[in-house]
Write a protein that binds this ligand. Structure first.
Ligand SMILES: Nc1nc2c(ncn2[C@@H]2O[C@H](COP(=O)(O)OP(=O)(O)OP(=O)(O)O)[C@@H](O)[C@H]2O)c(=O)[nH]1
Ligand SMILES: [Mg+2]
Length: 199
């Protein structure tokens, strides 16, 4: 491969999904943390969709270096099941489903609905990861064994990985990862996925 090809910048269109009318998962906060390394409690509800992008350099499983422009499509939580989101999903590369770790029931009520909706609207399957956000509000990560088992089971059934994060503190302590680490994990999953499709 030439140096030019090796330095080529890929573009990954990443959907940020999750939450609902009753529960705000923190998608916009994760986007702002990732792109600008900031956090504010004074942000507005997303109306429709918001965009942001960041160039990320990362290593894949084979320790090969990649550079990708992550275009984040941050969809309003209240849009779940809205037929309009189909337009936003076109040609997406990957998706992140976010739920609020302080309300594990939001995984069952909201995240499941988002994944079902995503699968129904996409022509081709894409890599998806699940992020349990707001772990700063539950620092010792004390969710009941029953809830943890439910999350693990749902992820296993749907072949996706889940990680705990905090847009607010972003320390990546204990069992959690930083927001940048989560997007790096997703990006290497995209590379692995695309290599199986010979893209
Ligand atoms: N403590 C804490 N609060 C958070 C965290 N992430 C988001 N929040 C708060 O949760 C609320 C909702 O965050 P948003 O980022 O607007 O959530 P959203 O998923 O984009 O919401 P919609 O756009 O309405 O779908 C805000 O008050 C945030 O400050 C976090 O990691 N920790
Ligand atoms: Mg938002």
């Amino acid at each position: 491969m030439s140096d030019r090809k090796a330095m080529q910048e890929d573009v990954f269109k990443i959907l940020l999904l999750g939450g609902g009318n009753a529960c705000k998962a923190g998608k916009t906060s994760l986007r702002l943390r990732f792109i600008y390394n900031t956090f504010s409690t004074k942000i507005f509800n997303t109306v429709g969709v918001e965009f942001g992008q960041k160039v990320l350099s990362f290593e894949d499983d084979q320790a090969k270096q990649h550079t990708a422009r992550l275009q984040m499509w941050d969809i309003a939580g209240s849009q779940s099941k809205n037929y309009l989101t189909k337009i936003y999903y076109t040609e997406s590369t990957a998706a992140v489903i976010v739920f609020d770790i302080t309300q594990p029931s939001s995984l069952l009520e909201d995240a499941k609905a988002w994944l079902t909706d995503l699968k129904a609207k996409l022509k081709l399957a894409v890599p998806v990861i699940l992020l349990a956000n707001k772990v700063d509000l539950n620092p010792s990560f004390q969710i009941t064994e029953e809830d943890r088992e439910k999350i693990n089971q749902w992820c296993q059934d749907n072949k996706l990985s889940w990680f705990a994060v905090s847009a607010a503190q972003d320390q990546g302590e204990g069992d959690s990862v930083t927001v940048a680490e989560a997007f790096t994990i997703l990006s290497s999953e995209v590379v692995r996925w695309q290599s199986t499709l010979h893209v």
